[in-house]
Design a protein around this ligand. Structure first.
Ligand code: TRH
Length: 381
């Protein structure tokens, strides 16, 4: 069934909210044949992850998605059959009223943040009646197990990744001014928030036996890197060297080019929600920095994903992975970043083999867009 969808996205900070909403909108259109209108309150942020966005256009069609600016004074429009409120962004009051007037009312879904925690499956899909309008909001939780809303992924991702590695990787590296990786050399992407563990890790890379080429997209970690080098800004295209470490500034690219960086690197440092999932689908080792939350609520998220990710690993390998993630997230009791790196590096082959197999395990959770369509169709009948 081809249904009409409204997705509402309020950009709070960073790129995760729009990153997830845009990926979902594209997958609903391209993978599920749905008709999608995406409302975004910050087109400038959107244009960072998708440069084709015109930040001044009130309406534009991109990748088959009808993209609309969401202004504070929201003009009346006919609601779609399915309305997705991304991350509890609070729908405009007049749109809610219009939804309540529609018969049957739209399927109203609140898309929640992703977590590997156990409680997610128990909360996925629960209804909550509106206090005074004849509307029901459903809480839709993405997740890592079959009883959740699944993970955002395109059906052809693995095939595109393999084709890239076979045919385009050398060209990709050349575009960054690099030869293909040499034996004994590491290519590591580094997308991170400010991080107290960074200097220790850079020291370990600079003093290590292997050559490390770090690729750093523009963003919040860059000022800290500049301080460590005690030099001029690390702008896109700039290269800095110390010891065995070379760091290169990269421009922020669109989501699809960022995927290629994840596919091409030996190890990816990722953050937040969307890049963490993409790094897992990339079938490469990852180190995840969770979005910091009040009262370190994010520590439970890290432990939950570690438990899942490490379950099938030899305990020594699982410990090396866990220590690296804990060190990178400043979890009390974690080893220093340099020590964690030494232990991680000693297990690199086992970790890389695990990362290659991991997408097969992730697939058990199901695809988010397809599960959303199924969920909505069951309620539209
Ligand atoms: O930007 P983030 O830190 O977003 C965060 C988190 O999602 C967090 O959970 C949320 O609560 C907070 O925002 C408000 O990290 P994330 O989720 O990885 O989003 C980054 C997006 O940017 C992702 O879609 C990938 C994309 N990206 C590019 O398109 N090009 C790039 O060059 C890079 C580095 C990222």
């Amino acid at each position: 069934m081809r249904a009409h969808w409204d997705i509402f996205c309020n950009v709070i900070d960073n790129y995760g909210d729009i990153g997830v909403a845009w990926r979902l909108a594209r997958q609903l259109v391209a993978g599920c044949g749905q008709q999608v209108r995406l409302w975004v309150d910050d087109l400038a942020a959107f244009s960072r992850i998708w440069p084709a966005v015109d930040p001044r256009a009130a309406a534009q069609t991109l990748e088959g998605v009808d993209v609309r600016v969401w202004r504070a004074s929201f003009a009346d429009v006919e609601p779609a059959q399915v309305v997705v409120e991304a991350f509890g962004c609070a729908l405009p009051e007049n749109h809610l009223a219009a939804m309540a007037r529609r018969s049957p009312p739209p399927v109203w879904i609140n898309l929640e943040y992703l977590s590997a925690e156990d409680w997610v499956a128990g909360h996925h899909g629960l209804p909550s009646p509106h206090p005074h309008l004849p509307l029901t909001r459903y809480f839709f939780f993405p997740g890592y197990t079959a009883g959740t809303g699944g993970l955002a992924v395109e059906a052809d991702l693995a095939a595109r990744r393999e084709a890239f590695l076979r045919d385009d990787a050398a060209h990709f590296w050349a575009g960054l001014g690099l030869a293909p990786p040499q034996p004994g050399e590491w290519r590591i992407s580094l997308f991170a928030y400010e991080n107290a563990a960074l200097p220790g890790l850079l020291d370990a890379w600079a003093d290590g036996a292997d050559r490390v080429v770090g690729l750093v997209p523009e963003g919040r970690i860059v000022p800290q890197i500049e301080r460590w080098f005690e030099t001029r800004p690390l702008a896109p295209g700039d290269v800095r060297e110390r010891g065995r470490l070379q760091l290169r500034g990269l421009p922020f690219t669109d989501q699809d080019v960022y995927d290629r960086l994840l596919w091409a690197c030996d190890l990816n440092f990722v953050r937040g929600e969307d890049s963490c999932v993409r790094a897992q689908w990339a079938a490469r080792p990852l180190v995840w920095q969770a979005y910091p939350q009040a009262e370190t609520a994010h520590h439970a998220k890290i432990e939950a994903l570690l438990a899942l990710y490490g379950a099938a690993l030899d305990p020594i390998v699982a410990q090396a992975v866990a220590d690296m993630w804990r060190a990178w997230n400043g979890i009390p009791g974690a080893p220093a970043a340099g020590d964690a790196w030494a232990a991680w590096q000693a297990q690199r082959q086992a970790i890389a083999a695990h990362a290659r197999a991991w997408p097969g395990r992730l697939a058990d959770a199901g695809r988010l867009a397809e599960k959303l369509v199924e969920f909505a169709e069951n309620r539209l009948k």
